[in-house]
Design a protein around this ligand. Structure first.
Ligand code: BTN
Length: 261
């Protein structure tokens, strides 16, 4: 049975151990989309602002797919980054940091084995438990703000609809009810710690990410719009792009849905 329980901000706050991320915390019963609200300048400029919503009427994922999440059971939230020091050539690694923060917090708290799927899905036992959507707002060529949107299935146990990858939740995989406050605090703690590695230790990010990616070395297909490419998933380069080896050449892939061929 799905048991909604109110998010307790106080108990989240006690466990939050960050300096900046999540310190400006906004909790909302219902919004259109946490990403859409934070990408809008009128939500302010405070770096690290985190907006958690119990329900989104227009929650979306990559490629404008709808992100379904039952009210009050999961974590659907966004983190705003406005500190320009992160908006460098390595900006793509923020994708990896975000998915890794989800994976590491799950591993730390529930001893579940996670798998990462390029570019930013988190899987458990081959099923999708979390997705990350990063959006940015620019003025001219310059990025002004980045919003990291994370949808994490926590205590929902039934999923209806058509999905690209079968969904699951932490409750389904761990057979226990999960305390959302502890999980969100841990996730933001880890996120703040490893976000710094974009600047100081990008190799660590790539290594940890690749250690959890089972598709490297496999035959894959990548679809982007109506084009499909086949080849071997050779590697991830230092900027986070996928290196695909086809019969004829080696290609750098920037976007797409990857499946084993
Ligand atoms: C994906 O798997 O394609 C990414 C899903 C991202 C969903 C989250 S939920 C919180 C934030 N707000 C949104 O509208 N989307 C992201």
């Amino acid at each position: 049975m799905n048991m909604e329980s109110e998010f307790n901000i106080e108990s989240f706050d006690i466990k939050l151990d960050t300096e900046i991320i999540g310190r400006n915390f906004i909790y909302s019963e219902e919004v259109s989309s946490t990403n859409s609200l934070l990408i809008d300048k009128s939500s302010g400029n405070i770096h690290g602002t985190t907006l958690l919503a119990e329900k989104q009427s227009k929650g979306h994922g990559r490629k404008e797919r709808i992100w379904y999440s039952a009210k009050g059971l999961n974590l659907t939230f966004s983190i705003l980054l406005t500190d320009k020091k992160y908006f460098s050539k390595k900006i793509n690694l923020i994708n990896f940091v975000s998915a890794l923060a989800v994976a590491l917090s799950i591993e730390n708290l529930y001893q579940l084995k996670t798998e990462l799927k390029w570019p930013n899905d988190v899987l458990i036992n081959g099923k999708k438990v979390s997705g990350v959507l990063i959006e940015s707002a620019s003025r001219g060529e310059k990025i002004e703000r980045i919003v990291i949107g994370i949808g994490l299935n926590v205590n929902q146990n039934v999923f209806q609809g058509n999905f690209n990858i079968t969904p699951t939740s932490l409750k389904n995989e761990s057979k226990q009810n999960i305390e959302r406050e502890t999980l969100l605090a841990e996730l933001l703690n880890v996120f703040e710690e490893i976000l710094e590695y974009v600047l100081t230790n990008p190799k660590w990010i790539l290594k940890e990410w690749k250690d959890r990616c089972r598709m490297i070395g496999e035959k894959i297909s990548i679809s982007e719009d109506d084009k499909v490419k086949y080849g071997i998933f050779d590697d991830i380069d230092e900027d986070g792009f996928l290196i695909l080896k086809t019969d004829k050449r080696t290609e750098k892939i920037y976007f797409g849905d990857v499946s084993t061929a």
